[in-house]
Design a protein around this ligand. Structure first.
Ligand SMILES: Nc1nc2c(c(=O)[nH]1)N(C=O)[C@@H](CNc1ccc(C(=O)N[C@@H](CCC(=O)O)C(=O)O)cc1)CN2
Ligand SMILES: Nc1nc2c(ncn2[C@@H]2O[C@H](COP(=O)(O)OP(=O)(O)OP(=O)(O)O)[C@@H](O)[C@H]2O)c(=O)[nH]1
Ligand SMILES: [Mg+2]
Length: 465
């Protein structure tokens, strides 16, 4: 790969997070790693050489003053058998920002330069130890918000996604070779490029595989990023109570006074391992109060961001036209109707049921106060979110960047198909589309990249990764 990224110099960074901890790690990568180590490390048992992948105990010494700085363990990993494929040294020191900073300064003084965010992983990529999809998986492991997201990221790191992409690419390259020989030897045209066969290959085998990957993006996304769950309804129906119950924390103010919540509240929670942003909103009603009015507007605004809306009603009260009208607005969004306060005298329950059965909304009956059916509610939320997205059961899931490339590849293949299905397909046109599709697949694993793209991807990493 051509790149003007400079990998000749030796880089270093503190690899552990700031804050209190037991130990802290300083990473060094590049040709000068061992030379720097020799200058600032005094092994407990004097020695002349360091074996690769072995821990050595000793002291970091300031070479100028010869004073000990810290008691440490160090490890040297000889190129190419290291994270970056370069010579790597790690200093495992006592934690503490001031201490680590001081050791890093010594390392820099001896000839390393500070590493950029993600630069160690960038080198692992540039030196060919991992491909781009695997590099992205490393960042996804660090930011995983759920067990499932972690598992998917580990699958990608192990190269499962890359393998699929490579298989697709190889098949397209085979198809391309046929098409291009038809261009080179036009007199043998149909013998070499059989348009029907090629169409079948693209239509039956390649496009469906690509579609499966595209579809699995959605499921991956909910585990990676979580979903927005908006709780809405008339004032006093128990929205804030439900928010607190789902959070298992008295976060929102709850009172018997309608109009208690004036502005929306957002909190992160996990429902059955699914990362969820819970949003409690102001009770929806016509109001003259200028503050409450803004709160109501914001609540309507939040509905637009919702992956799922919980429309709460208080079934101890009589159904009104106003609520029915309100529900008609909510129906535009993916939602669940939640009957709350079923612990109270059920005078109106039947009437409520009839009303909502007529609208065909999905119903669930709960009591936040008596903790009735709350697990069932969580279950239904989960099913609604996951079953809606999980169109393909797949163990590899592309991220947004990768999905975008897959979509482009699919479009080019569809254009190739259109040409192939003509009476006299032009191999030149088919070839252009196949080449573009192959290019899109190559982008995913980073065989084709731009510096901007790499900078964009690796700047999301933390320093020291
Ligand atoms: N102390 C420490 N822990 C760490 C890391 C690290 O850099 N340092 N890692 C950093 O993210 C992760 C582990 N990832 C790694 C991946 C590859 C290699 C590596 O040295 N690969 C060599 C094989 C080594 C051998 O011969 O045994 C290779 O692929 O050639 C090291 C760490 C998590 N834990
Ligand atoms: N009996 C009974 N009371 C409930 C239940 N859920 C909530 N409440 C009560 O209903 C009242 C209103 O609850 P909130 O959670 O503040 O209602 P809200 O929808 O957030 O109200 P606003 O913020 O004003 O829109 C409080 O007195 C709660 O204790 C329930 O399941 N049963
Ligand atoms: Mg409230």
């Amino acid at each position: 790969m051509r790149s003007s990224f400079y990998t000749e110099d030796t880089i270093s960074a503190i690899a552990t997070p700031p804050g209190r901890g037991a130990i802290g790690v300083i990473k060094i990568s590049g040709e000068k790693s061992l030379e720097i180590l020799r200058k600032i490390f005094k092994p407990f048992k004097p020695r002349l050489s360091f074996e690769s992948h072995k821990f050595y105990y000793g002291f970091i010494i300031d070479p100028e003053t010869e004073r000990p700085v810290d008691e440490v363990l160090v490890v040297y990993m000889k190129a190419p058998f290291s994270y970056t494929r370069e010579d790597v040294v790690e200093i495992h020191a006592h934690s503490g920002y001031v201490n680590l900073r001081k050791i890093l300064e010594l390392v820099l003084k001896e000839g390393a330069r500070p590493a950029q965010p993600g630069e160690f992983t960038l080198r692992a990529f540039l030196n060919g130890r991992i491909d781009l999809a695997q590099a992205e998986a490393i960042e996804e492991i660090i930011s995983a918000k759920s067990e499932r997201a972690l598992k998917l990221a580990l699958n990608n790191l192990s190269g499962r996604l890359s393998e699929k992409i490579n298989t697709l690419k190889e098949r397209l390259l085979y198809a391309l070779a046929q098409v291009e020989s038809a261009i080179d030897f036009p007199e043998e045209d149909l013998e070499i490029m059989n348009p029907q066969e090629l169409s079948q290959l693209i239509k039956r085998e390649i496009i469906p595989e690509i579609e499966k990957l595209i579809n699995s993006y959605e499921e991956g996304k909910i585990y990676r990023e979580g979903i927005n769950l908006v709780i809405c309804g008339k004032p006093n129906v128990g929205k804030s109570s439900l928010m607190n119950a789902l959070l298992r924390e008295e976060r929102a103010i709850v009172t018997p006074i309608p109009g208690t919540t004036r502005d929306f509240l957002e909190e992160e929670a996990y429902l059955q391992g699914l990362p969820v942003k819970l949003i409690d909103t102001a009770g929806l009603r016509e109001t003259e109060d200028p503050v409450e009015k803004i709160g109501v507007e914001r609540a309507f605004q939040k509905l637009k961001e919702a992956d799922l809306v919980l429309f709460l009603v208080d079934v101890s009260e009589e159904p009104t036209m106003e609520i029915k009208h309100l529900y008609q607005r909510i129906q535009a969004y993916p939602h669940l109707v939640v009957f709350n306060k079923i612990d109270l005298i059920p005078n109106y329950l039947e009437e409520w049921r009839k009303t909502f059965f007529k609208y065909g909304g999905e119903l669930i009956e709960i009591s936040v106060k008596k903790e009735l059916n709350l697990d069932l509610l969580t279950q239904r939320i989960y099913e609604k979110i996951v079953s809606k997205r999980a169109t393909a059961v797949s163990e590899v899931m592309p991220n947004l960047r990768q999905k975008t490339s897959l979509e482009k590849a699919k479009r080019h293949l569809e254009d190739a198909l259109k040409e192939l299905q003509k009476r006299e397909p032009l191999p030149e046109l088919v070839s252009i589309e196949l080449r573009s599709a192959i290019g899109n697949l190559s982008e995913i694993i980073g065989e084709i990249t731009t510096e901007d793209l790499l900078s964009e991807i690796f700047s999301r990493f933390c320093i020291g990764k």
